[in-house]
Design a protein around this ligand. Structure first.
Ligand code: MG
Length: 416
């Protein structure tokens, strides 16, 4: 038995990591490409393009090249990434909405490999001269969109060959989310499932919020009007440590989660927030906070502009349960708004008889609509309901300097 186990583990250790080739066109034929642009009169070609899909994990494009040209990833007009060679310099470039930046460069002559693709939540740009791949740089993804990939070269005589799209075993791939968590009731997904489909990223337009905070309805309870945190405490009755300035308040180092002094049941809540304009961290570490209804149900606050994370943990998700219908995030530092309509659960004889209901608009766009919450939401788990009454609205300290302003709430009483 022991002997067998040793052989088996030895076998595993010595096994070669195998890349999975998803598409290959080593001689650069015309087959399998959705677009093929020839350069008239040269017998060569200019651009070949194919769809790579919406979310790609540890999947890269590779090509071998002797002269000029390269590979690209396109995420729509003005948004692309590329690795290419021009006059013995290899460049890694990235452009988001027309804003171009140089990710890296290297001087290389002779035959080289170029590689561009995904490693989990990042784009990687690499080249190979000899056996080893070298990293030119790494960047954020271009958005949660459908990607096109392809090659471009001024002339086929440049000797480009060996194009392939492959899932690379040595890359880590998914680096956000969990697969060892319990299943979410009523879904095929586990809590924080990285493979759950990502919400599409859309532009919120200018519906809300305005540059200057709007004024609340006359029957609203104002929880923050830009001047003080009198309606809030640190949870122990003390004034919050969050700093008020310029019409907003901000979470600082060890500020702690804060809560309204008053308890609320079913409500309409308006709240505006901004993630830090200086982008730091990735996935759940970027601009993370949260708004808790009745102190128990978190609508996630997070910077999800160009920041992949598990779908049930992104901005406007019901944390650990349900992704938003779309990702309607604004850029880091820009003011964003949640309008939340929350209905309390009802209990009888210690059991839930009506689950909590929630609707969320993120920047004026519906992201959750009349959703039944299955239980108490939390990290890596969803707990069954426990009997509770009205609770404090809480704002989470997740260690990031997230700002809030213009907060008001309306209690939803039964209609007579
Ligand atoms: Mg949070």
């Amino acid at each position: 038995m022991f002997f067998t186990a040793v052989i088996l583990s030895f076998g595993l250790l010595s096994a070669q990591a195998a890349d999975k080739v998803l598409f290959e066109d080593s001689s650069l034929s015309k087959e399998g490409w959705s677009e093929f642009g020839e350069i008239p009169g040269t017998g060569g070609w200019e651009v070949k393009r194919r769809k790579l899909g919406e979310l790609v994990q540890a999947v890269v494009q590779e090509v071998t090249i002797e002269g000029a040209g390269g590979i690209f990833l396109s995420a729509g007009e003005g948004s692309y990434a590329s690795v290419f060679r021009s006059e013995d310099v290899i460049y890694a470039m990235r452009s988001r909405n027309g804003e171009q930046s140089l990710v890296g460069q290297a001087d290389v002559t002779g035959k080289v490999g170029l590689r561009l693709g995904f490693d989990g939540a990042f784009l990687i740009y690499e080249f190979r001269s000899g056996d080893e791949w070298s990293r030119l740089g790494k960047s954020d993804i271009l958005g949660v969109v459908s990607y096109n990939g392809g090659i471009s070269t001024p002339n086929r005589a440049n000797g480009m060959s060996g194009y392939r799209v492959a899932e690379i075993e040595s890359l880590k791939g998914v680096r956000f989310g969990y697969t060892n968590t319990p299943e979410i009731p009523g879904t095929p997904w586990v809590v924080h499932d990285p493979f759950r489909p990502q919400p599409r990223q859309i532009n919120p337009g200018t519906v809300t919020p305005r540059d200057e905070p709007s004024t609340p309805p006359s029957d609203a309870i104002v929880l923050f009007d830009g001047t003080n945190l009198d309606a809030w405490s640190d949870g122990k009755g003390n004034p919050p440590k969050w700093k008020v300035r310029d019409g907003f308040f901000e979470c600082g180092k060890k500020s702690g989660t804060i809560q309204t002094r008053q308890k609320f049941g079913s409500v309409q809540l308006h709240i505006e927030w901004a993630s830090p304009s200086e982008v730091k961290g990735s996935s759940q570490g970027r601009g993370n906070s949260g708004v808790y209804l009745a102190g128990l149900y978190e609508v996630q606050v997070q910077d999800n502009y160009d920041n992949l994370t598990y779908p049930d943990g992104q901005a406007s998700s019901l944390y650990g349960f349900r992704p938003p219908r779309v990702n309607v995030s604004r850029r880091p530092g820009e003011w964003q708004a949640y309008d939340i309509i929350f209905e309390m659960p009802e209990f009888s004889d210690g059991k839930v008889v009506k689950k909590a209901l929630i609707t969320v608009l993120h920047n004026g766009v519906v992201t959750q609509h009349g959703v039944e919450i299955p239980g108490i939401l939390g990290h890596k788990k969803t707990q069954p309901y426990r009997v509770h009454g009205p609770g404090h609205i809480k704002l989470q300290d997740h260690g990031n300097p997230v700002r809030y302003r213009n907060i008001w709430i309306r209690e939803l009483k039964p209609i007579q």
